[in-house]
Design a protein around this ligand. Structure first.
Ligand code: SF4
Ligand code: SF4
Ligand code: SF4
Length: 344
């Protein structure tokens, strides 16, 4: 606790789009209650704090750190370790910190391929001197440093121990309120818990299901869906069947299939694998050829199934680059958490 008796709160963004920071502001006037209830000691997005301020604090002196964003570079990792050291409770806030989310889609490729495309091969690149960003650049005024870009995107709990997870891309304000309320009252669930609903998006969805099978998938622009019938049974990809509820089925209620941003439902280790099984159950067809024909109408199946969860899945990534810069196959197995060898 701070000398004023208020618990100390830190908020930080690592590899993040900024949406999770906006989600905190979406508390609207309740943000004033947060500011009143906590002593906010670090929130670089909103207030002028420096890393040195955190370094000067005693270990464990921050009561709660809400950490959003994935771990994509050495600066993200450094801040995760520093804030872990200074915080009693670490919360993986939002899908990027919890599962890897959009930054984690980069695990379908690798650093070398990304650098080649962005700085050399893309149709709009104009880079006659083949310059690539360097970690250290000497200039007349001294040394400039950029964060080192890791090959593999990781989740927060693959870098430091995490007490709680707040799902969503971004988390809905009502769940942030639940988390803040639990912290203030001291009535926190057991460490390791996801602060969220114990149902699927399907359970919250008002659309009617009839166990109808589908013979193809449609993209949103190819069909005007019936407003009352399950989107999946109309051939529109919907991950609600294997996604943790809590958002109130926001997307299906506006004719968009759930994309799975709240992550897998309770007890599921690999959300993508669970989703493959669930989607498979609605496909018409008895033979592998029949099923392949239906899946051929789904563009980018890996992106659909692992849109939010690739770094936290059992797959983790598609392949790794070894020290010689060559791609090496990554076996499909669980890689131990907190494995520092995935840095490079
Ligand atoms: S979870 Fe979503 S909203 Fe939050 S930082 Fe990641 S991409 Fe942005
Ligand atoms: S699959 Fe999607 S549209 Fe169908 S009931 Fe579940 S959430 Fe609703
Ligand atoms: S419906 Fe699915 S994608 Fe949309 S907000 Fe809810 S969990 Fe996220």
């Amino acid at each position: 606790m701070a000398s004023n008796g208020k618990p100390k709160l830190a908020l930080y963004w690592a590899s993040s789009c900024g949406g999770c920071e906006i989600a905190v502001l979406a508390l609207h006037e309740k943000i004033l209650e947060v500011a009143d209830a906590f002593d906010i000691v670090f929130w670089p997005c909103a207030m002028d704090f420096k890393e040195e301020d955190i370094k000067a604090m005693d270990d464990g002196s921050i009561d709660v750190c809400l950490f959003n964003g994935a771990i994509r570079n050495d600066d993200n990792e450094h801040m995760a370790h520093l804030l872990r050291q200074k915080s009693k409770v670490m919360v993986a806030f939002g899908s990027c910190a919890m599962e890897g989310c959009m930054p984690g889609l980069a695990n379908f490729t690798d650093r070398e391929q990304m650098m080649n495309f962005i700085y050399h091969d893309s149709p709009t690149t104009d880079n006659p001197e083949s310059i690539e960003p360097q970690v250290i650049t000497e200039v007349a005024e001294g040394e400039l440093r950029l964060p080192a870009f890791w090959n593999t995107v990781r989740t927060l709990d693959q870098v430091v121990p995490v007490e709680y997870y707040l799902p969503g891309c971004p988390p809905e304000a009502k769940w942030i309120e639940v988390a803040v309320g639990a912290i203030l009252s001291g009535e926190l669930p057991p460490p390791g818990s996801v602060i969220g609903a114990d149902v699927t998006v399907c359970d919250e969805c008002p659309r009617t299901k009839s166990e109808k099978k589908i013979t193809r998938f449609y993209r949103p622009q190819e069909i005007i869906p019936d407003p009352d019938i399950c989107l999946l049974e109309q051939g529109i990809f919907c991950a609600g069947i294997a996604t943790r509820g809590g958002c109130g089925a926001l997307c299906p209620q506006v004719n968009m299939g759930c994309r799975g941003c709240y992550g897998p439902n309770e007890g599921v280790i690999d959300g993508g694998a669970r989703l493959i099984g669930a989607i498979g159950s609605v496909i018409e067809g008895r033979t592998a050829e029949d099923i392949d024909a239906v899946l051929d109408t789904l563009p980018d199946p890996a992106g659909y199934f692992y849109r939010f969860s690739l770094p936290h899945s059992l797959l983790r990534r598609v392949h790794l680059v070894n020290d010689n810069g060559r791609n090496v196959a990554q076996p499909i197995k669980e890689v131990p958490r907190l494995d520092p060898s995935l840095n490079e």
